[in-house]
Design a protein around this ligand. Sequence first.
Ligand SMILES: N[C@@H](CCOP(=O)(O)O)C(=O)O
Length: 497
Amino acid sequence: METQYTSTRNSNVHINTKEAIVKGFSDDNGLFVLPHLSDHKINLGSIMKQDYQGMAAIILQKLLPDFSATEIKQCLHDAYDHSFDTKKITPLVQVDNFHVLELFHGPTSAFKDVGLQLLPQLMKHALKPEQRVMILAATSGDTGTAALAGFKNTKQMGITVFYPHGGVSPIQQQQMLTTKGNNTNVASIKGNFDDAQTNVKKIFNNQNVKKQIGKHVSLSSANSINIGRLIPQIVYYFSAYQQLIQSHQIQIGDQINFTVPTGNFGDILAGYYAKKLGLPIKKLVIACNANNVLADFFHDGVYNRNRKFYKTVAPSMDIQVSSNFERLLYYKSGENAEYVKQLMDDLSTNGQYRVSKDVLNRIKQDFSCGFSDDRAIEDSIKTVYQKYHYLMDPHTAAGYQVMRKIQKQDSKTPMILLSTASPYKFVSAVSDAILGHHDQSVIQTTKNIYNTTKVKIPNNLTDIWDLPIAKSPVIEPNAMSSFVVQKVSEVFSNDQN
Ligand SMILES: N[C@@H](CCOP(=O)(O)O)C(=O)O
């Protein structure tokens, strides 16, 4: 029998994997999930013998069974064989008594590349010849950049990205505005990431938009709400484990911990999926920045977004509605879609919800949580650089002190810190931390960091220095739907697409 996905908010929904990827988001505003995840255990001994693509093939075949083995092999080849700067794809680096999983070796120097090099390939094999799809992405900086790189010039697809005006780093903005494609569109909105994400979700199920774009065009998502974006991220948890075995730090079957800087909760949820598939993970440690909704939730089980929104030095994590937490609530409530729907209705009506003690305790069995404010982030960048000569970006650094607290309670279990982006994407904060100042010019600041640290600057970031920067409109959140309609008509008006 085909593996059927359902919705976090309605257990009567049944959808196969190709359709789930093309749709991206359920009609009831829920997220597609695979029930009984632990029934899909992976043989650890066999998967540990594979290279990265081989591990990915095993995981994808388990969770996306509508794709043939040949399709998956082709997708993995096209996604990973030539676009990362290392064959390991996500190399593990030892620093003191912890390990950093570097997820920034792809074409835009952030972990999103792992999902967004593969998603367009999966989409290509899932689309019927007559179908057209406009992919929407809400971004706090990294997803939009990686989505543009992944989807640019793809046949049958267009990509439209919305980012918060003034809410991403100058380099992230420059990356987005220098990406050229015959199907790429970018706008900034007068609002924050949550406004962009909420409105994108509304657009998916907006009947008026559906009518205007016509039957042959559908909308889908490049964010981790799309299960096809999330599943590729499970692979690097297995790869990290394999690298620890290969460096004789652990033996197969030993437990390990992961600390994951967290915004939309996709990256860490992929770790939870890895655990359910059989990877020996003891704890997944959630690290927030000053937007610490989740850290407060761990105290009393109340998820409350009625609070000040902070623009921090880790802008990609400036998020108060962590979309994928909904998927965790689904699993931790015993796959109770009615319960999840009630919580999500409370969140949209009152800006908050409270989970039962049981659900909170079940979450705490697998997860811990903490946060770092801007000061702690800059202190961490400085400390780790001065003591261990390792240069972290501000998002990775948001995890450092949170991780150290857990290591004090449990010094024996090996710890891996996920490094989400290159430090060269956030040069002002990095320069402030290690040099005590930054230059007005991003290029000069980048050079200053390089001259001091000799840490290599990724080519993709220097390549954009001289490229022409496109103008992008600044729009009100309520104008996003008409922007999408207009871009659908522009991108798909000629037969080439
Ligand atoms: N942190 C993201 C925001 C959205 O997260 P996603 O993993 O759901 O795409 C960003 O940098 O854009």
